[in-house]
Ligand binder design. Structure first.
Ligand SMILES: [Ca+2]
Ligand SMILES: [Ca+2]
Length: 356
């Protein structure tokens, strides 16, 4: 009898907390929906105080005016992503923080970035939490327990989108990604890191620059811009771009078609949308394959770790719906197949990440 009691107690810890629909608030005037199809960036933020979190599972619902376009879990906080899915009004997240106890996230945690597009300008846009389960580790053992977060502690705030200010350099560019074509329905956006270096070696890195997918003649490119805060040079720049599953590539000139095997660069920027040219880097695609590393994160190399992960994943032939995410889906077509491994092999044959 005593044994049964203990088992029941253990199960109780694992029961998921699924509250009735919780109201998160009205989207404020800062993201007023004024035009159908316009896109809005949000950060999903969880305030946990001193509690550490090892797992977060939630469905965030947008209603009336917005449709979810993409969901990107913050991998700085959650390295294991099982689900980040955009489906109609819902953004579904299932992510694991895989780290030693004192490295687990706590406090103000950015769980994910969500992009939604306007489907209507009528009525009020609302955001609510349809279900959630947030789990923390025990300090004394690896037993999991629930942290019952108050709904008010989960908040949405508009993410910053760079806009030119008339004085700081404003770089506009487009890139392509190896293997991504019109079938890449799970790559609506490409979040990249952009490092800019001047001819004195002064550099700045800009993370989470979200590029938007543009499709023309069956070709898919990703376009975006970045405000070069902290860079005084606006000429002779080299631009280093690293994609979410890609090794860093250097771009030194417009219409580049191959490796830029020189020091420095010839990129010049203006200070506004009008006087900054759109740099076309699409002729030399970002090379895919850096999906993991020693700590389960990208490490700038495509090596045996990446190979093993992609190889073991692609045989599963896992599929997700359009707009979904699979870590090993290198061509972004929503299915794991041999093509993804082939892309990694192609990248392996090229040079490793360019750093000069
Ligand atoms: Ca790697
Ligand atoms: Ca694929």
């Amino acid at each position: 009898m005593r044994k049964i009691g203990l088992i029941l107690l253990g199960l109780m810890f694992l029961v998921s907390k699924t509250p009735a629909e919780a109201y998160l608030g009205t989207i404020n005037s800062g993201v007023e929906v004024s035009k159908v199809d316009s896109k809005y960036h949000f950060k999903l933020i969880m305030e946990t105080g001193d509690y550490r979190v090892s797992l977060a599972k939630m469905v965030v619902n947008f209603s009336n005016k917005l449709k979810v376009e993409s969901v990107k879990v913050n991998r700085e906080a959650f390295s294991g992503v099982f689900r980040e899915e955009a489906s109609g009004e819902n953004a579904s997240i299932y992510a694991l923080a895989n780290a030693a106890y004192d490295k687990l996230p706590k406090g103000k945690i950015v769980v994910a970035e969500i992009v939604a597009s306007a489907v209507s300008t009528e009525g009020t846009a609302t955001v609510s939490l349809k279900e959630y389960e947030v789990v923390g580790p025990s300090e004394t053992s690896d037993k999991k327990y629930q942290i019952a977060f108050e709904n008010k502690n989960i908040d949405m705030e508009p993410a910053s989108v760079p806009t030119p200010n008339g004085t700081t350099g404003f770089l506009r560019f487009k890139v392509s990604a190896a293997g991504m074509n019109a079938n890449a329905k799970c790559a609506n956006q490409l979040p990249v890191s952009v490092m800019v270096m001047d001819n004195n070696g002064v550099s700045k890195t800009y993370n989470e620059v979200v590029l938007q997918r543009k499709e023309a003649d069956g070709k898919v490119n990703f376009e975006g811009s970045v405000l070069l805060e902290g860079m005084s040079s606006k000429n002779s720049l080299g631009v280093f771009i690293k994609g979410p599953k890609h090794i860093q590539v250097k771009y030194g000139e417009n219409n580049q078609k191959e490796f830029y095997n020189k020091a420095g660069g010839q990129v010049s920027v203006g200070v506004s949308e009008n006087d900054s040219p759109m740099y076309d880097f699409t002729g030399f695609a970002l090379m895919a394959g850096d999906v993991t590393g020693e700590n389960g994160r990208q490490d700038g190399l495509i090596d045996g770790r990446d190979f093993s992960l992609v190889k073991s994943e692609v045989v599963k032939r896992t599929k997700v719906a359009e707009g979904g995410y699979l870590a090993a889906d290198l061509n972004g077509n929503c299915i794991l197949e041999s093509q993804d491994l082939a892309l990694l092999m192609v990248s392996l044959m090229q040079k490793q990440e360019q750093l000069y």
